[in-house]
Design a protein around this ligand. Structure first.
Ligand code: COA
Length: 290
């Protein structure tokens, strides 16, 4: 009995015969989540907007374990019909779906004064509506297989983070969706949880969204004094899909080294950065349309 706890953290084969369906699966964080599951036995379908990028990522992930199968499908998560077709294709290929990761997201820094209505809508549509569309399209499979869903959320809405009103609003909606679905579909045996990554090294969040010259300051603002790694997020993912979390649903695991507790997620001086935001270079490309 005790011996089962004295092995390595994750057992090879714990996800044998499991099928994961992941949106945004060619992106840095979600790709690593899928890779971890595949290495531990799962087969996978990854969904992304760019056909070539998605298919290439799928082919590369498939190399990670002998005999595994990973397919890449080109779908915009804002297109519900396309997601239904992707789910049908996955079931045709693998017979079922056990796990869903809603990871497709859009982000850019924009101060509210220059954020257009369409820009706000684009992010809410990709992040929140796209997450809804994904679960909705997969609901029969999730209920049939007592599946598990992970939403990739954020910590931006835990307090007011400037230049991220669009993303914070979308992610707050995702958290609400996850909680409600945990209650509504719990009786069917389906679990819903969120992972909220903080600053994760090697991602667009660090390379594109962190203002220039701010990397070292941002790192020091993480209480653990390092950025997260994509493996940190993948480890939380493995836990949440594994039987070790079988009584955990409607929860959020924050993977951020306690960064959000410092209340300084943009690492820029406040309020100067707001008052000078015209100079920061991330105003909307379509100011004229506002
Ligand atoms: N700042 C402010 N507004 C922006 C913007 C930016 N950096 N980038 C896009 N927008 C606005 C556009 O101007 C447009 O609004 P408008 O019609 O008022 O001009 C609106 O957002 C939609 O932009 P568009 O590029 O047509 O939308 P899309 O649906 O093709 O893509 C994103 C939306 C968010 C995916 C796109 O902006 C993008 O490619 N972002 C970078 C990649 C990314 O987000 N990756 C996710 C990893 S974090």
């Amino acid at each position: 009995m005790t011996a089962t706890y004295l092995t390595s953290v994750f057992q090879p084969g714990i996800f044998d015969n499991k099928i994961v369906f992941c949106t945004g699966g060619a992106g840095t964080i979600c790709r690593r989540q899928v890779e971890a599951l595949v290495i531990l036995g799962a087969n996978a379908v990854i969904v992304g907007r760019k056909k070539e990028v998605t298919e290439k990522a799928a082919a590369e992930i498939q190399q990670l374990r002998n005999g595994c199968k990973v397919i890449g499908l080109s779908v915009d998560v804002r297109d519900y019909k396309a997601l239904q077709e992707a789910v049908a294709r996955s079931v045709e290929e693998f017979g079922k779906i056990d796990y869903v990761i809603c990871g497709a997201a859009g982000n850019f820094l924009a101060d509210f004064r220059h954020l257009s209505s369409n820009a706000f809508k684009s992010v809410v549509d990709i992040d929140l509506l796209g997450s809804y569309n994904t679960v909705k399209a997969a609901q029969d499979q999730l209920i049939q297989n007592k599946g598990t869903v992970i939403f990739v959320s954020a910590t931006l809405h835990y307090y007011g983070v400037p230049f991220q009103s669009h993303v914070g609003a979308a992610k707050a909606g995702i958290d609400a969706l996850s909680n409600a679905l945990a209650v509504e579909l719990g009786p069917f045996g389906v679990r819903f949880n969120c992972i909220a990554p903080g600053p994760i090294d090697g991602t667009e969040g660090i390379s594109r969204l962190l203002p220039k010259g701010m990397k070292e300051r941002a790192r020091k603002l993480v209480p653990l004094q390092r950025f997260g790694t994509i493996d940190d997020v993948a480890n939380a993912t493995v836990f949440l899909f594994s039987p070790a979390s079988s009584f955990i649903t409607g929860a959020t695991i924050v993977v951020d080294g306690a960064a959000w507790h410092t209340g300084q997620q943009i690492a820029l001086p406040y309020p100067e950065s707001i008052l000078d935001s015209d100079e920061l270079g991330f105003a909307s490309p379509s100011k004229s349309k506002l």
